[in-house]
Design a protein around this ligand. Structure first.
Ligand code: CTP
Length: 405
């Protein structure tokens, strides 16, 4: 499958921090994904990693000296800025952050950034005391107010021996911000609330009922909505998945907790997607102590959980949201899906054909039919991530979005 990075021009600005070696791995990942990576190094960066390292990884020239670049007739700061789809500055030292915050333009990287009109992502990496210094905090705030995306560093043990915030995050996290930078923002201004994963209904401290949902479809919807420019909240039942970068994450366990979490946040949303496999029942009584096998309690009484989606569909302010449900069906897909679309007052339902191989619970692919009041569109059998993008394509192409505010 073609990578979303293929053919995109990414300027990677490398500045003078020991973390520069880590960015060699990032540049290698981008090059493998067929991005066209132009590395621009500051003079200080070259004390840590040589330009040859980056040119070997990208198969392209590496730039550092502004005047040399002009003289040789190779690409200039204006050319780099004009051709870039996105600029990633990593590692960004306190010094580079200060220069960018004040619009200084005294080397190739700073002039390129000033001349560019594309998303600029800044990954600070420095000693924790330097990162926490009021001067650096002010400069970062200023960068944010100028429209730069500053990514919080990770915390941990640093090369200098101190512990705290200042380490570069993992590439998988940063890559999501770069993808947002290069993806058409057709969900910009939308506030998307996604639910994902199973719920877990406890019986006693040791036991519960749940289902086989992995959460992969919901997480893919949250991730792709973020890439397409939305502000995203993900309410997730227990899963083994990492929180998607850039997304507000709310972890819950039971259906009642998910209900509360959705009701607390739905006022803020413009799109609600209920991809979670909510347990239909919970135990009428939950035991504080573990139930022994020789106890007299061999019958477990269940009560119905609220249908969160149906509750949303019934509300007076229902029209404020684009309301999207999911359903798992093994036969009469269209008929069963349409029934739920109407019963739950949905705008769109994604019906999962769980009778087909490689679809449904715990696998990476899905076979979905999208049903709205006008049409029924079977999607190709593909990855959950591609399925998520096709769902957003459908929403945008058929003008189902509520006006962005
Ligand atoms: N849903 C919900 N709250 C529940 C149950 C389901 O919000 N207590 C939502 C799910 O998140 C999903 C949709 O409703 O979006 C699924 O509807 P449902 O009628 O439960 O479909 P199926 O799971 O296919 O159930 P059934 O076995 O009744 O066909």
């Amino acid at each position: 499958m073609t990578s979303s990075f293929a053919g995109k021009r990414i300027v990677v600005g490398v500045t003078g921090s020991i973390a520069a070696f880590k960015v060699a791995g990032w540049v290698s990942a981008l090059a493998k994904d067929e991005a066209l990576v132009d590395v621009v190094m500051t003079a200080a960066a070259q004390h840590f990693v040589t330009p040859l390292t980056f040119s070997a990884l990208t198969g392209r020239a590496v730039y550092s000296d502004m005047f040399e670049a002009e003289r040789e007739g190779v690409i200039s700061h204006i050319g780099l800025a004009r051709e870039a789809d996105c600029i990633l500055i990593a590692p960004a030292t306190a010094h580079t952050i200060a220069r960018l915050a004040h619009g200084l333009a005294d080397d190739l990287l700073s002039t390129t950034v000033l001349a560019a009109r594309v998303p600029v992502i800044v990954c600070p990496a420095m000693n924790v005391k330097m990162f926490e210094h009021a001067a650096t905090r002010h400069n970062i705030e200023r960068l944010t107010s100028l429209g730069y995306r500053v990514i919080d560093p990770d915390s941990g043990l640093m090369a200098c021996g101190e512990e705290g915030a200042g380490r570069l995050p993992e590439w998988e996290q940063v890559a999501e911000y770069v993808l947002r930078g290069i993806t058409r923002p057709d969900l910009a201004g939308q506030r998307v609330l996604v639910t994902a994963g199973p719920t877990r209904e406890p019986y006693d401290p040791a036991r519960f009922i749940s289902n086989r949902s992995s959460g992969k479809m919901g997480y893919a919807l949250a991730r792709t909505a973020f890439r397409r420019g939305a502000e995203v909240t993900l309410i997730s039942g227990p899963t083994a998945l990492q929180a998607p970068a850039g997304v507000e994450m709310v972890r819950v366990s039971t259906a009642l907790e998910m209900y509360e979490a959705v009701m607390e946040r739905c006022d803020h949303a413009s799109i609600i997607v209920k991809a979670a496999a909510v347990a239909d029942f919970r135990f009428a009584r939950q035991h504080r102590q573990k139930v022994k096998k020789d106890s007299s309690e061999l019958t477990m009484e269940l009560v119905l959980n609220p249908d969160i989606l149906k509750e949303l569909g019934k509300r007076d302010d229902r029209e404020r949201w684009l309301l999207i449900g999911f359903a798992a069906e093994s036969q009469n897909i269209e008929q069963e899906g349409r029934k739920k679309l109407v019963n739950k007052h949905l705008d769109l339902i994604a019906v999962n054909d769980i009778s087909s191989d490689g679809a449904g619970f715990a696998v990476d692919t899905n076979q979905i039919t999208l049903i709205d009041s006008q049409r029924s569109v079977p999607l190709i059998h593909t990855s959950k991530e591609k399925t998520a993008d096709l769902l957003w394509d459908h929403v945008v192409a058929n003008k189902l979005l509520k006006p962005a505010v």
